[in-house]
Design a protein around this ligand. Structure first.
Ligand SMILES: Cc1ncc(COP(=O)(O)O)c(C=O)c1O
Length: 407
């Protein structure tokens, strides 16, 4: 039973979140996801979504999902190894593997689950050794799902270390410091694209370091897949190292249709092990068939036509250039995540509110989501944004930026 004491404590915690301006408000969309959304009865330009290719409400993707609902039903009421695998689950895994340039892929219900499943399995399992300690070297700006995944790897079995963001020399120093330790396996883990900055991990250098120190390189490319590279396979392709990353994790919940789903891709033996022992896979329901079929359609669309990939890049380049021309501070990059650096948290909150009043929805980020004093607006560009919508968003940013004396 809830004691009044517990409820009171919870309530106080919620109140303190509100007092600190950290309380998350969920805005109600009155319709589907797209470059324009209905919010409070108004049409608002949406520049805050991971719908990079505009496929979240694409007619062919919706049609594929609808057909699959009719053919395969709504759900499987089961985990994969009991009665939760249909032909389409295997078809999607094989398609993803081919596209990513890895031997095999295993689907999870989300990428968060995939990350939890990977490290808990690889680090906690004995894998033939009586006693062991593994070491994990993690980029300081890695996503929450990686941070939590490392917590699930047992403390006594894993030595966890953080290196400063994208800092190869600091990573090398840590690896050097551990050179004579009796470690079983070493793992280097990084996001492919960092979601607060829109910058890419230095994968070619990381691959070199991983090979030099006999470490396994794990890259979560959730924001890279369906965006970067000529075929859209992500950050490794963009940086010329497709097929050279040991393990790739990713989400189906952003560019690749935006529903739910995640995966791990890598060597056949690793994927085989995960299918046997990864608890977030073995003991959790399989992906619903309509999501699986719609993702197959997304991969087919990407294979047949590169227009959306080109369009998201052109839109992003255009927007970044104009933001700089207007006099806003941003960070260098070529990804559709375009931060506008403001610094002050309060000013960022005021700006995002004013932008919304003018009809532009972007997200403001401040401490503790980003470092203190580095508050920013995060703009996210989509292939679905028309030229008119891009220019309208820029005009709103200009108006509000001038009003607040930011430009
Ligand atoms: C790098 C990274 N990994 C994992 C996730 C979580 O993905 P999912 O929604 O599939 O759990 C995200 C989403 O924000 C992400 O940015």
């Amino acid at each position: 039973m809830y004691t009044s004491n517990l409820l009171e404590k919870i309530n106080n915690d919620l109140l303190s979140l509100k007092a600190a301006g950290k309380f998350k408000v969920e805005r109600l969309l009155q319709g589907p996801q797209g470059p324009v959304v209905k919010l409070g009865g108004r049409d608002i330009l949406l520049f805050a979504s991971n719908n990079y290719l505009g496929l979240a409400n694409h007619p062919e993707v919706v049609e594929a999902a609808t057909k699959a609902l009719k053919k395969y039903g709504y759900g499987l009421s089961s985990v994969r190894f009991i009665c939760g695998t249909q032909e389409i689950h295997q078809e999607l895994e094989q398609k993803l593997a081919k596209w990513l340039g890895v031997e095999d892929v295993i689907l999870y219900s989300t990428c968060f689950m995939a990350n939890l499943g990977f490290f808990a399995t690889l680090c906690n399992e004995k894998l033939g050794s009586e006693k062991h300690v593994d070491a994990i070297y993690s980029d300081a700006l890695n996503h929450a799902s990686i941070i939590d995944a490392l917590k699930l790897a047992k403390k006594e079995l894993v030595d966890k270390k953080t290196y400063a963001h994208a800092n190869i020399s600091e990573l090398t120093k840590l690896l050097d410091g551990d050179k004579n330790k009796d470690l079983r396996h070493r793992f280097i883990v990084t996001d492919g694209v960092f979601s607060m900055e829109g910058d890419l991990a230095p994968l070619p250098e990381l691959i070199k370091v991983a090979s030099e120190y006999q470490a396994l390189l794990f890259v979560d490319d959730s924001h890279g897949v369906g965006v970067l590279g000529k075929i859209g396979s992500g950050t490794p392709e963009e940086l010329g190292v497709r097929g050279q990353v040991d393990v790739l994790a990713g989400t189906l919940g952003k560019a690749l249709g935006g529903a739910v789903g995640g995966y791990i891709g890598g060597k056949q033996t690793v994927i085989d092990l995960l299918r046997q022992k990864s608890r977030t896979y073995v003991f959790s329901n399989s992906l619903p068939p309509h999501v699986v079929s719609a993702t197959i359609k997304v991969l087919d669309l990407l294979e047949q036509d590169k227009t959306l990939l080109r369009r998201v890049r052109q839109n992003s380049d255009y927007f970044r250039e104009k933001i700089i021309e207007l006099g806003f501070k941003t960070l260098p990059g070529n990804h559709p995540i375009i931060p506008i650096m403001i610094g002050d948290a309060k000013l960022t909150q005021i700006m995002s509110q004013k932008l919304l009043e003018e009809g532009l929805y972007v997200v403001g980020l401040w401490f503790p989501v980003v470092p203190e004093g580095k508050a920013r607006l995060r703009i996210q560009i989509s292939a679905a944004h028309s030229q008119e919508q891009l220019d309208k968003a820029l005009a709103i940013l200009k108006k509000v930026g001038k009003e607040l004396k930011l430009i």
